[in-house]
Ligand binder design. Structure first.
Ligand SMILES: [Zn+2]
Length: 77
């Protein structure tokens, strides 16, 4: 369940990525870990963010474009 703060944060990040003021620099790798506050990852198909709380999955479908994205294809900010 997302908090209003998280939704606001994701909206700000989505806008920043869209206008190019921030760019995802790397991809998820096998040592990527989430903190208890979650980790922001970016869909490689639509460049929108998602927040995850663990990486115990091999693929995750994007809530924005509905593509099934392999773990190591997600990008990191
Ligand atoms: Zn997507």
């Amino acid at each position: 369940m997302k908090t209003p703060y998280q939704e606001w944060t994701e909206e700000v990040l989505n806008t920043s990525i869209r206008v190019g003021s921030i760019k995802p620099r790397s991809k998820v790798h096998k040592y990527t870990r989430a903190t208890k506050h979650g980790k922001t990852i970016v869909c490689p198909e639509c460049n929108k963010v998602a927040t995850v709380y663990h990486f115990a999955w091999s693929a995750l479908s994007c809530q924005h474009c509905n593509n099934m994205i392999d773990k190591y294809d997600w990008k990191l900010l």
